[in-house]
Design a protein around this ligand. Structure first.
Ligand SMILES: Nc1ncnc2c1ncn2[C@@H]1O[C@H](COP(=O)(O)OP(=O)(O)OP(=O)(O)O)[C@@H](O)[C@H]1O
Length: 273
């Protein structure tokens, strides 16, 4: 099956000397929910920018939905792939929140009569209905992230990259957006690539890449990745709270299988009862 994103032997340097991305290869299956984790400066955002063609590789190849990313193909491929950055300030184009969400729809040639409904639906999904007439620049950081996410939810490209796009959201907002992302992936089969420091989000993904100093250090399911707890901690990474709790129970002599999610913990507690 054609991969959504295929990266082969990718290297990149900002200054033409030191490689920030070092011979990286990975494949992201169509319809999968992949997370990328790694310490600050490990190269996660740089990889995202390479994948959408904002930066040009020094060597190696990137294929999007089977087509090689080149100077010629980049504009066509961008119709299939959307990105939400951590700092959405540079992404706003419209004078109001509604205009901003409409901009992406116009670019995707969505008929005018359908636009208002989609704008309202997406603003509601991210809890921004009452701000539709507000100027994006007057919003808080978390509200700006919500609008940027609404903009991408509206156009539903085949592949969405979230680059720490919920980092400024309050815990409830983050949980709600994570649920929306999961639903998009499961119900509409969109391919999701999420760069995150949120281990609870990683636990709900299917496929994880761990980046360390510009290289893929580990790759696998969340269970496979979190089995390397010591290694993750040596890379300044965390594990989900549910796993810490499971270990604490096991250390206290309670017969408790390692769990990655709160649901798993509850089920394990019920079995004990
Ligand atoms: N425009 C730039 N010019 C030069 N060096 C850069 C530039 N952007 C990033 N870097 C460097 O490249 C390396 C990787 O940065 P990148 O932003 O990809 O890391 P990251 O894993 O996304 O980090 P974080 O978790 O902090 O967002 C860092 O050492 C950073 O200093």
């Amino acid at each position: 099956m054609t991969a959504a994103i295929e990266v082969s032997h990718l290297s990149f340097s900002y200054d033409g000397q030191t490689d920030i991305i070092k011979d990286v290869s990975f494949s992201i299956p169509k319809g999968s929910y992949t997370t990328i984790i790694g310490h600050n400066g490990s190269g996660k955002s740089t990889i995202a920018k390479l994948i959408i063609g904002l930066l040009a590789a020094k060597s190696g190849q990137i294929k999007i939905l089977g087509e090689e990313l080149t100077e010629e193909s980049v504009y066509n491929l961008r119709r299939h792939i959307g990105i939400v950055f951590q700092n959405p300030d540079n992404q706003f184009i419209g004078a109001t929140v509604a205009d901003d969400i409409a901009f992406g729809l116009e670019n995707h040639c969505v008929p005018q009569e359908k636009m208002q409904g989609i704008i309202e639906e997406c603003a509601a999904k991210v809890g921004m209905t009452e701000f539709l007439d507000s100027e994006p620049t007057h919003l808080s950081g978390g509200q700006k992230q919500r609008v940027a996410i609404a903009g991408i939810l509206a156009i539903e490209p085949d592949i969405i990259i979230f680059d720490e796009s919920t980092s400024m959201l309050d815990p409830q907002g983050k949980a709600s957006i994570n649920a929306q992302i999961k639903a998009l992936n499961q119900e509409k089969n969109l391919t999701i690539l999420s760069i995150t420091h949120d281990m609870e989000e990683v636990a709900q993904s299917e496929h994880v890449l761990v980046l360390n100093q510009g290289k893929v250090e580990l790759e696998g399911t969340p269970a496979e990745i979190f089995a390397h707890e010591k290694m993750l901690k040596s890379m300044y990474l965390d594990v989900p709270f549910a796993l810490e709790f499971s270990h604490a129970c096991a250390d206290a002599g309670i017969d408790f299988d390692a769990q990655l999610t709160l649901d798993g913990v509850v089920r394990a507690l019920c079995r004990l009862k």
